[in-house]
Design a protein. Structure first.
Length: 135
């Protein structure tokens, strides 16, 4: 009855900065909704890791109407603050890994919440992949 998570597309490192110390990633989460009834994406709660570094918690509350029997994408804009005394160490490590391999591993774990006729359900996401850092 609820959408199935398929994959992530267009994942890219959109910003790395020191002031403030943060990394930004943009991506599209792709789903397939096989039900003949339209539903609404009401919120998402995701934890993000980059190269096994706990990076961010993404909580997005916006209503997205989803057509019946369709594939759809949800744009993600993830801002990852780097905290503590290890800012330079973490950034150097990610930059070095990115330059040597041309890619970084990321992991998404959490839930997207959909509502249909007033009932809400969380669909789990547990997804690991790599994204290219040079093109």
């Amino acid at each position: 009855i609820y959408p199935e998570f398929k994959k992530m597309e267009h994942v890219r490192l959109s910003h790395v900065g020191l002031f403030p110390p943060e990394i930004r990633i943009s991506a599209d989460a792709v789903f397939h909704h096989n039900n003949p009834i339209g539903i609404t994406l009401s919120r998402m709660e995701l934890n993000v890791q980059i190269e096994d570094l706990e990076a961010a918690e993404v909580i997005q509350r916006s209503l997205v109407n989803i057509n019946p029997a369709s594939d759809f994408t949800v744009p993600l804009n993830i801002k990852i603050p780097i905290k503590g005394n290890e800012v330079l160490g973490h950034l150097k490590s990610l930059i070095k890994k990115s330059q040597s391999d041309g890619k970084l591993k990321y992991h998404l774990d959490g839930k997207l919440f959909f509502s249909i006729h007033g009932a809400e359900i969380g669909i789990p996401i547990d997804y690991t992949d790599f994204f290219e850092t040079r093109k």
